[in-house]
Design a binder for this molecule. Structure first.
Ligand code: NAD
Ligand code: MG
Length: 285
């Protein structure tokens, strides 16, 4: 708990979607630390936004637990190749799936290519997201509002719908929500609204899929040190990121990954329809 970096952090503006390798300090995705114990042996996972941040930490953990991992991402090829190398170093197979999930066809392509390569999907992690900070509602264009919904929640619906054709009883869907799902940060108005929708979608879908023995849960991270932050937040917020939490620092992606492993594993056979906070001490509602 005491080894991870604390604020203040250096200013480091980056363009969206951000590059993990150019961050200071570089986020810790468990590259040197996560130890697996066979909890996902032989499973097939599709993870969106798996090039960097939380998605990379989940990809590394899943691979070290014995899963093959399809890595979907927007266009950060260098970050994605690095994630793929870590998956292969764990002795597992991987597949790189770049492209914009705001487009309906790309959502179908992710699933088709994963199934073509691996034959099925056991674990679907819907983790990709877009956000941008704006001080007033007038600053948010109609196009950005709609795009935020397309990427964060409509793609989730489309990918779930396509993937479920290839998911058997015992499979698990994990959606990345946020603490913004119940405590919306006003400067992230569109994003926070989609995160509320994700929490709600998760609860509804879990009830719908219970009879098919497919579980659906969401994770609500607090401040986690990732490219999303440095590419979308004002300098002063980046510099003080995580300081308001009881632990006084942001979480590192490696600290978020274990809940995804649990929710993906067969040990979680009675856990569905829930939302799990990983917040450094602030309760979620
Ligand atoms: P990240 O930037 O490392 O990951 C987000 C990924 O989404 C990117 O790597 C990118 O490849 C992908 N993506 C973005 N737009 C896309 C598009 N149009 N098409 C396809 N892929 C696209 O940042 P992260 O913080 O690890 O984000 C992962 C998830 O965690 C997101 O859902 C985010 O909302 C959530 N989250 C993060 C925090 C935090 O503080 N970092 C807090 C709460 C929730
Ligand atoms: Mg990225």
């Amino acid at each position: 708990m005491t080894d991870y970096p604390k604020p203040p952090f250096p200013k480091q503006p980056q363009a969206v979607p951000g590059s993990q390798r150019n961050m200071h300090p570089v986020p810790d995705c468990g590259e040197q630390s996560y130890k697996g114990s066979g909890r996902l042996q032989g499973k097939i996972a599709l993870i969106t936004g798996a090039d960097s941040g939380i998605g990379r930490a989940v990809a590394i953990a899943f691979a070290r637990e014995g899963a093959d991992v399809a890595i979907a991402y927007l266009n950060e090829h260098e970050d994605a190749l690095e994630t793929a190398r870590w998956v292969e170093d764990a002795g597992r197979q991987t597949l790189l799936l770049p492209g914009d999930i705001a487009h309906k066809a790309q959502c179908q392509t992710l699933v088709d290519k994963t199934v073509e390569r691996f034959g099925r999907i056991d674990i679907l992690v819907n983790n990709a997201a877009f956000q941008m900070s704006h001080d007033t509602i007038e600053d948010i264009t109609d196009e950005e509002w709609v795009m935020t919904f397309d990427v964060n929640i409509t793609a989730m619906f489309r990918i779930c719908k396509a993937a479920l054709k290839h998911m058997k009883a015992g499979s698990s869907i994990i959606n990345t929500s946020s603490v913004n799902s119940d405590l919306p940060k006003p400067t992230l108005l569109a994003y926070a609204t989609t995160k509320g929708a994700i929490a709600n979608f998760t609860g509804g879908l879990a009830q719908m899929l219970g009879p098919r023995n497919i579980r659906v849960n969401s994770v609500a991270p607090g401040p986690i040190w990732t490219p999303l932050i440095v590419s979308t937040m004002p300098d002063d917020e980046v510099q003080n990121f995580g300081s308001e939490t009881p632990l006084g620092r942001p979480g590192q992606p490696v600290e978020v990954a274990p809940i995804y492993v649990l929710l993906a594993s067969d040990e979680a056979s009675y856990i569905t329809g829930q939302r799990y906070g990983i917040t450094g001490g602030k309760p979620i509602l």
